[in-house]
Ligand binder design. Structure first.
Ligand code: TRP
Length: 332
């Protein structure tokens, strides 16, 4: 049996990078797998989050998942903190994972920056909580971007060590599901950096809630270069901004980069950007409208998360009980 688990943090706005790199793939997976999608509020607080913003952000991400096309009846959609078993299994994994393993995690080094002494302990233990998210459901596959591959390898190491130490075959060795080109969307202001919600420049990203005028303005301002568009993908080497914009167009229009190059060969950026804007508005416009409609109904979103967390618990609790038995915890 196959089971998918993935997570998204409720921090800042969902943007085109989240949509093309994650959400769109999740929507495609829902027909072939049992899918569990988690809004990881406990991961979010490994860096400071304003409490009064975290609540609406959790609802907004929920709205984004549904607006992007995930059916909350067919998928389990919930927020992590509503299922305490995540924290409980994470504690056990804190005792399985070795300091040496976590010391190698590049995301911690990036996020902690220079002042590592001042990073939260939670940020350091973040990968153990992520392993708990996945293994609490014995998920077989996890759709992740390039930047999360190391955490998935750690998840496999934890599963293996747990199984070995306790002489059980409890946890699967979860496989990553990596998606094709066009899923790594770069900043519109700098083709060398990922599109990110933490970039101070609003013009660096297209948010999933942006209206047609904002989308048009950001694409118009997007950094380009002075050459004409190439006839084949090889011509994009050394042209990160052109590669990014043409990659975005390919992903949004479900074409290959080769097809896009043939379509725009020899054209100027200005003409290409107009077509890109049309496609972006056509794809994102309906999603933004649906998100706005859903966000206006917090009661409905709360119900989705309540129902999802109950269904998540029904899967997670028996697995946590197996873990407790393996560890030797007395369950009175
Ligand atoms: N760390 C992931 C990210 O920032 C989010 C995440 C948390 C996750 N738990 C997960 C992703 C479990 C996949 C599976 O993108």
């Amino acid at each position: 049996m196959s089971r998918i688990f993935s997570g998204v943090q409720p921090t800042g706005d969902l943007h085109l990078g989240n949509y093309l790199g994650a959400l769109r793939n999740w929507v495609a997976l829902q027909h072939d797998y049992e899918c569990i999608y988690c809004i990881v509020d406990m991961h979010a607080i490994t860096m400071w989050q304003e409490p009064e913003l975290l609540t609406p952000a959790t609802r907004e991400v929920t709205a984004g998942l549904i607006a992007a096309g995930l059916d909350p009846k067919n998928n389990v959609i919930f927020n992590q903190s509503a299922v305490p078993a995540h924290a409980e299994l994470a504690w056990i994994f804190n005792c399985v994972a070795r300091l040496g393993w976590l010391n190698r995690m590049t995301q911690f080094k990036d996020k902690a920056g220079k002042n590592r002494e001042n990073a939260s302990v939670g940020l350091y233990a973040y990968p153990n909580l992520m392993a708990a998210d996945i293994l609490l459901y014995k998920a077989t596959h996890v759709p992740v971007g390039e930047d999360q591959k190391q955490h998935l390898e750690l998840t496999r190491d934890i599963a293996q060590k747990f199984n070995n130490d306790f002489g059980v075959e409890l946890f699967p060795l979860t496989e990553p599901l990596i998606f094709g080109e066009g899923t790594r969307v770069m900043s519109l202001r700098d083709g060398a950096n990922k599109m990110s919600k933490s970039d101070p420049s609003e013009n660096s990203r297209i948010n999933m809630t942006d209206g047609p005028d904002e989308i048009a303005r950001k694409i118009k301002k997007a950094k380009s270069d002075s050459e004409l568009l190439p006839s084949e993908p090889k011509g994009l080497e050394g042209r990160p901004e052109a590669a990014n914009l043409m990659g975005i167009y390919a992903a949004l229009s479900d074409k290959t980069l080769t097809e896009v190059c043939i379509e725009f060969e020899g054209q100027q950026f200005s003409a290409f950007k107009e077509t890109l804007t049309e496609v972006a508005v056509a794809v994102l416009g309906p999603i933004a409208n649906e998100m706005a409609r859903l966000v206006a109904d917090p009661g409905y979103l709360n119900n989705v998360l309540k129902d999802g967390s109950e269904r998540a618990k029904a899967i997670a609790e028996p697995i946590l009980a197996e873990v407790y038995d393996a560890v030797g915890f007395l369950r009175p």
